[in-house]
Design a protein around this ligand. Structure first.
Ligand code: CA
Length: 233
């Protein structure tokens, strides 16, 4: 790597924040940090970071709102949420707002570092993906992260586009959640990761591209095998 990767840590608990900073600096990253929500948002919006680690419960403004506000202007920014809340609702909410992934607290430093490295490696998919994807009647610009369905414009996150691109390259077969985690998220097999992250990204994509998200005709589930993309109606 030619330049140091920059990570922003937004975390109010001092012991966790300083612990994260120490670990990340030890691994060669340049780290900035914020201990409160508004400060975290300001740094996120004014600085340039390869990754933002975002706690949820923060003074002043919670991590959900910060994530939402970042996504409103930057759909490329990789964001991993740190969550002490392990209830499905909380995790799903963060992913719906556009986080790339979540890491439940307490986390093992080794697991977190592996996931950070995966995010920063940037998917292999991205480099090979076609500039334009045609899925049904929808035309998707994979660089601008936007799609047109008739006159309706659809906004995608970088991760959503990478999922679609990977499925588009493999339309002849179902792709398992584990394969998506490996190829799109860059996670090595054996990493202790739940597949819920994949399912929530698929659900979001269905709401964006399917006429009836509950009866998908393009992003279909192949029971016991994974997901398959049908490009033509
Ligand atoms: Ca907190």
């Amino acid at each position: 790597m030619n330049r140091q990767m920059r990570i922003l840590v937004v975390e109010d608990e001092e012991a966790i924040r300083t612990g994260l900073i120490d670990v990340l600096v030890f691994h060669g990253y340049e780290v900035d940090s914020a201990a409160a929500g508004p400060e975290g948002l300001e740094k996120a919006l004014t600085g340039t970071f390869d990754l933002i680690l975002l706690d949820i419960m923060l003074p002043g403004m919670d991590g959900y709102e910060i994530c939402d506000r970042i996504r409103a202007i930057d759909r490329n920014q990789p964001i991993i949420m740190l969550t002490a809340k392990t209830s499905d609702d909380e995790i799903i909410h963060g992913l719906k707002l556009g986080a790339d992934d979540y890491v439940p607290k307490p986390f093992s430093v080794q697991q977190l570092v592996l996931r950070i490295e995966a995010v920063l490696r940037r998917s292999q998919v991205g480099k090979e993906q076609a500039r334009t994807l045609h899925i049904g009647d929808i035309e998707i610009d994979t660089e601008n992260l936007s799609g047109m369905n008739g006159t309706n414009e659809i906004a995608f996150t970088r991760r959503e586009i990478d999922v679609l691109s990977y499925l588009a390259q493999n339309t002849d077969r179902p792709v398992s959640r584990e394969e998506l985690l490996s190829k799109v998220w860059g996670y090595a097999r054996g990493l202790d990761i739940e597949t819920r992250t994949v399912d929530i990204h698929i659900a979001k994509l269905r709401r964006k591209i399917e006429t009836d998200p509950k009866e998908p005709s393009m992003l279909i589930t192949v029971r016991g095998a994974g997901y398959r993309l049908v490009m033509e109606n």
